[in-house]
Ligand binder design. Structure first.
Ligand code: DGY
Length: 331
């Protein structure tokens, strides 16, 4: 058994991922694997650089930066990388491509959970739920008042989507029953097939800013989208508009957002993602009542995280067998 074991491909798993995925790896009999056995803290970089030496496969999460330094430390055996995330901004794609390393990721299985959370965050922000529970608990609840804690409603509104993909569509599908008047979106180019599902109109970036009562950011973080939500966008938005981001913190210029929120340029923001993560508790955005901040939990449902874990494990095993992965990022 020992002899057999040693000929199996070696993989390193950078996190104690949900049990489904670990079970798949363990029971595959296809790999020998080592695991950073904690979910509470990411593997320290130094340890990671040690552990990846000579591995054939690597299963990581979005907290690990997969760059040239790490790939050099791993060496030429590394042929497959599987990330338990749909986002891939933590991966240096050029470096991976250069080395011919295949990449698995986890789109689709998290679409429902992310869309659901986005709707929850949107409503929490627009109807001021966090402020309201705070007031109720801390004595701010006086008599019923005509304009106290008023917010903005979805009925008859225009909802804008920045970056229309599966998640944007799923958000719109969930918002439509709230009697949204119109969906608009912008992207690098029109996406008629997706847009037709939700009857969304393609508009320019400026029009998206001007017309949206609710603006949901659903694009991936790339060099092109980095800080795309900045002064330029916020200054064109309505004073009554609500900004929601469940994609990546890096798409937002947080100083500009702070300025827009604190000067009343826009009405509120709901963020599930920030730079950095965790956002330091003394960050200025935490001082604003009209900013609801969640700790990157959009995909955090038990079913979804299990599905992501299984998919990441299966992608890795398929990749190591030289077969097409279930979800492979083609470079
Ligand atoms: C992802 O998968 O990229 C999310 O941010 C976490 O689920």
């Amino acid at each position: 058994i020992q002899r057999e074991m040693s000929t199996l491909p070696r993989i390193y798993v950078t996190r104690q991922i949900p049990p489904e995925g670990l079970k798949i790896l363990r029971e595959s009999g296809q790999v020998q694997f080592e695991l950073w056995n904690s979910d509470d803290i990411p593997v320290p970089r130094k340890e990671l650089l040690q552990k990846v030496k000579g591995v054939d496969g690597l299963l990581c999460t979005l907290t690990e930066k997969i760059d040239a330094e790490l790939l050099d430390a791993a060496g030429p055996n590394l042929k497959v990388l599987s990330t338990m995330s749909v986002g891939f901004d933590h991966l240096s794609l050029d470096e991976l491509k250069k080395r011919g390393i295949r990449i698995g990721y986890t789109p689709e299985v998290l679409t429902d959970a992310v869309a659901e959370l986005t709707v929850a965050l949107l409503l929490a922000t627009s109807r001021r739920l966090i402020e309201a529970t705070h007031e109720a608990k801390t004595g701010g609840w006086g008599t019923w008042r005509t304009l106290w804690l008023c917010g903005y409603e979805l009925a008859n509104s225009t909802v804008g989507i920045l970056g229309l993909g599966r998640i944007g569509v799923a958000i719109a599908e969930r918002l439509a029953p709230f009697k949204v008047k119109k969906f608009i979106y912008t992207d690098v180019a029109p996406r008629p097939e997706l847009a037709s599902v939700i009857n969304a109109e393609y508009v320019s970036f400026d029009e998206l800013a001007k017309q949206s009562d609710f603006l949901a950011v659903c694009c991936a973080l790339t060099p092109e989208t980095k800080e795309i939500c900045n002064k330029n966008l916020f200054s064109k938005m309505k004073k009554t508009s609500i900004f929601i981001n469940t994609s990546r913190g890096g798409v937002v210029n947080q100083e500009d957002l702070y300025e827009a929120l604190s000067t009343g340029q826009i009405a509120g923001a709901g963020l599930d993602v920030t730079v950095p993560e965790p956002l330091p508790t003394n960050h200025p955005l935490f001082t604003l009542k009209n900013c609801v901040i969640l700790p990157h939990i959009a995909s955090a449902s038990y079913t979804t995280r299990d599905a992501m874990s299984s998919l990441a494990a299966n992608n890795l095993l398929l990749g190591l067998r030289g077969q097409p992965m279930i979800k492979e990022l083609k470079l």
